[in-house]
Design a protein around this ligand. Structure first.
Ligand SMILES: [Zn+2]
Ligand SMILES: [Zn+2]
Length: 276
């Protein structure tokens, strides 16, 4: 059952954090700043609620979507491997065999030790969604990070705005000051962490790379340099094509985590060589 994925300490921690940030931002900081009854207060509460809802929706899609199972019947295409020499062709196919699953791995698939199975276009295993990030839920993962970053920044701005407009000289206790400072520092740190993660995944999407491929690429580039050659990431088809292969061809649906009709079987990916 997919719902069993919710039975984890890290998922509970995410729910608690989201609930805490939502409650304090709306019912303490916005309320204290202008009051929820005012038009400015209700508008800010509405925008923040919308952001948190999108974040929660992406989170559910990430947890509940199967990241990409490898079909048991999958056999690598011998011709497609592009290796002419018989011995090297055998080795190339052998290297794509997963001994733990007893199946072949399609290009870009990897074995996840936590999930104990191979995952298509695997990016990494994420403990915060208690699931792998792979071919079918990568877009939802990206929108989750995006909405979580925007929500954190929004919350930080609300706390700082509220603190700046408060008359601190008048009747405010030391514990309230500590609460404001702690909240502001915590939310600024969260915004920075999520913002960095968002920047990293924007970089990966633009280059059509997974986190695993980025690290594999560093080694491949080093080996190529040693033999006087240059290394190119084979799936990099140019920024726009790379973005549409992950987020879809319709720009209006780029930020919708469930708009995944552009995804195919995840077994074949166009490469630079085929496109040139
Ligand atoms: Zn495997
Ligand atoms: Zn996994």
């Amino acid at each position: 059952m997919k719902c069993e994925r919710f039975l984890s300490v890290s998922i509970l921690a995410v729910f608690l954090l989201m609930g805490f940030v939502y409650y304090t931002t709306v019912f303490i900081f916005i309320e204290d700043w202008v009051g929820l009854q005012s038009s400015a207060g209700s508008l800010n509460a509405l925008i923040f609620t919308f952001l948190v809802s999108l974040c929660l929706f992406s989170f559910f899609v990430c947890v509940l979507t199967d990241p990409g199972p490898v079909p048991a019947s999958y056999i690598p295409d011998v011709e497609e491997s592009g290796v002419a020499d018989e011995e090297r062709r055998k080795n190339s196919i052998q290297s794509r065999h997963c001994d733990k699953c007893s199946t072949y791995k399609p290009p870009r698939a990897h074995h996840c030790r936590v999930c104990r199975r191979c995952v298509l276009r695997m990016d990494h295993h994420c403990i915060w969604i208690n699931n792998c990030v792979g071919y079918r839920n990568y877009k939802a993962f990206f929108t989750l990070v995006l909405y979580a970053t925007l929500g954190s920044i929004y919350s930080t701005v609300m706390i700082v705005t509220c603190a700046l407009r408060k008359d601190w000289a008048f009747n405010e206790t030391a514990s309230l000051k500590i609460f404001f400072v702690t909240s502001a520092v915590m939310m600024a740190a969260l915004s920075l962490t999520l913002g960095t993660l968002l920047g990293w995944h924007i970089y990966l999407i633009i280059h059509n790379m997974t986190t695993i491929e980025y690290y594999e690429g560093i080694r491949a580039a080093w080996l190529a340099r040693k033999s006087g050659q240059s290394y190119w990431h084979p799936y990099n088809l140019g920024a726009y094509k790379n973005i549409t292969s992950v987020l879809g061809p319709n720009i209006l649906k780029w930020l919708c985590p469930t708009a995944m009709s552009h995804l195919k079987d995840g077994l074949i990916f166009p490469t630079r060589r085929e496109n040139s």
